[in-house]
Design a protein around this ligand. Structure first.
Ligand SMILES: [Mg+2]
Length: 104
């Protein structure tokens, strides 16, 4: 956390924030999942009311980072696995929802 690059790495800063507050060892994935749903509710509220959603999305990412740190994962690793899973996915839009091939 001592050089300029690290100061710009929010993933590391947020991981340290969780460690400093005993939110890794002192909490659980299940506790943090409930927190994630609480933050998802706040995002829903802001979307429904046309409010700024940046803080709500950021808060959800903060909680996801907590779960990632506890499981020794990184954002890059999780996004890589998720993208590999969807990159060649075929399907079609039905009422605004992408329905993947095989689920139709
Ligand atoms: Mg919030």
């Amino acid at each position: 956390m001592n050089n300029k690059n690290d100061d710009n790495n929010y993933e590391l800063l947020i991981a340290q924030w969780h460690h400093d507050r005993n939110l890794i060892e002192g909490s659980t994935d299940k506790d943090q999942y409930l927190k994630l749903m609480q933050e998802a509710g706040e995002l829903s509220d802001s979307l429904c009311k046309g409010k700024d959603i940046r803080d709500d999305i950021g808060d959800m990412m903060v909680v996801l980072i907590n779960i990632m740190v506890r499981n020794n994962l990184t954002i890059k690793e999780c996004l890589s696995v998720a993208y590999d899973d969807i990159k060649n996915r075929k399907g079609k839009m039905i009422d605004g929802v992408f329905v993947k091939e095989g689920d139709q």
